[in-house]
Design a protein around this ligand. Structure first.
Ligand code: FAD
Length: 380
């Protein structure tokens, strides 16, 4: 290390901060990464066994270059860490052809020229009998989709950062971040740390963290339920793609068996209610939620026992427009903020880590961040 190498502090080592630490340290920065909890903890947004990766992206074609770079970086991290993080098991979007999400996925695949297949009800039943389709419903199959492993991914990124000299300070809640001549002072556990740049990645804690509290990031509760598979082999990733199900009675994302027992369902139709900060995350779901999730499974996933064997609660930060805030912090352009990923951040995390490193080290990035600029939420 030389004195010329910039010192960069990162506040929050969920998947976004962990990836920022990896990309910054790999480029020679002296990284100091703080988190109030341990690596890969389950109180925020970056835990829960599985995450969807997809490149046919209904949220907007502008994300496609980011997704392609993210996929490349996921593979780099796998090689560097020796861990399996992304399994390209394919992905299904299931529902009526005129259902808005089903139509949008199909349009996105066609517009971007991405490989995909449209399966009618009979074709879907032959290939993916795990899903029950109603008359007239279709499946859009995306062979480029897959499942990510969140806890190993956060571990891998932080270990890779450490190999490049980063210091990871778990159980170090940051109390204060103040601008000083030519840099920033971070206060944690009563100690101060002076750095040249700061990356703020507090996830759903953004509203509780003074430097990011002005951004409209609402913490919301997302509940996941695991249902035992009657035939486990038929529900593993080699036979069951990830899926997004749209149906008049239910909507959910569906993940293949990774724990040897159960398929994970994240109900969408039951809502992701606001919570008063991740500290107030409930431990479990209320019985009404569990019954409604069970009813959806009984109706649409005949190979599962429709009683959840496990329920997990997580917090995510949502912005009013559903896109994250990524870029210079309003009012303090020397700091970089990345928060409010609104349920979509995991798959993109490596490229956002790269962007954090670009902004911290050079003040600019080749990626077009116009739609994600945090200033869109400021009134002045
Ligand atoms: C249940 C669920 C399912 C999801 N499914 C998908 C999916 O399938 N595909 C997908 O791409 N995305 C998905 N997402 C979204 C994705 O997981 C998130 O966007 C992503 O994990 C956000 O990561 P983060 O680092 O911003 O937040 P977090 O992981 O919450 O990290 C923020 C960190 O900041 C720390 N922190 C906060 N304040 C301080 C402080 N003052 N001092 C020190 N540390 C602090 C916290 O302890 C925390 O570790 C899902 C999210 C949830 C919750």
């Amino acid at each position: 290390m030389t004195a010329a190498q910039p010192r960069v502090a990162i506040v929050g080592t969920g998947v976004i901060g962990a990836m920022a630490a990896w990309r910054l340290a790999a480029r020679g920065a002296r990284v100091l990464a703080f988190d109030a909890y341990g690596r890969g903890h389950d109180r925020g947004a970056s835990a829960g066994e599985s995450r969807i990766f997809r490149t046919v992206y209904k949220e907007g074609a502008s994300y496609v270059p980011l997704l392609l770079k993210a996929r490349e970086l996921w593979r780099t991290l796998e090689t560097d860490s020796g861990r399996a993080l992304l399994t390209l098991c394919g992905g299904l979007t299931l529902g009526a052809p005129d259902e808005p999400d089903v139509a949008a996925v199909r349009r996105c695949a066609e517009d971007a020229g991405l490989p995909h297949e449209i399966l009618d009800r009979a074709q879907s039943a032959a290939r993916f009998p795990q899903h029950r389709l109603d008359e007239g419903e279709i499946a859009v199959h995306d062979p480029g989709a897959g499942v990510l492993r969140p806890e190993p991914a956060v571990q891998a990124a932080l270990e890779a950062a450490e190999e490049h000299g980063a210091r990871i300070l778990s159980y170090h809640p940051v109390d204060d971040v103040t601008e000083r001549a030519g840099g920033w002072r971070i206060t944690a556990l009563g100690e101060t740390h002076d750095v040249d740049h700061v990356v703020l990645s507090p996830g759903p804690w953004a509203a509780r963290f003074a430097p990011t509290a002005a951004l409209p990031v609402q913490a919301q509760l997302i509940t996941a339920c695991w249902f035992a598979a009657r035939d486990v082999a038929a529900h593993r990733p080699d036979r069951l793609p990830i899926a997004i199900r749209r149906h008049p009675e239910a909507g959910f994302s569906c993940f293949p068996v990774l724990d040897g027992v159960a398929v994970k369902i994240v109900p969408h139709h039951l809502g992701w209610p606001p919570i008063d900060g991740p500290e107030n995350l409930p431990r479990g779901a209320d019985p009404g939620f569990a019954r409604a999730a069970s009813a959806a499974v009984a109706r649409l996933l005949p190979g599962l026992v429709p009683d959840p064997v496990r329920i997990g609660t997580y917090a995510e930060g949502f912005t009013p427009d559903g896109h994250p805030a990524v870029g210079p912090l309003p009012g303090a352009p020397g700091a970089t903020v990345l928060t409010g990923f609104s349920g979509h951040g995991f798959k993109l995390a490596p490229v956002f880590g790269q962007i954090a490193a670009d902004l911290a080290l050079t003040g600019e990035t080749a990626y077009d961040l116009t739609a994600l600029d945090p200033h869109r939420f400021t009134t002045t």
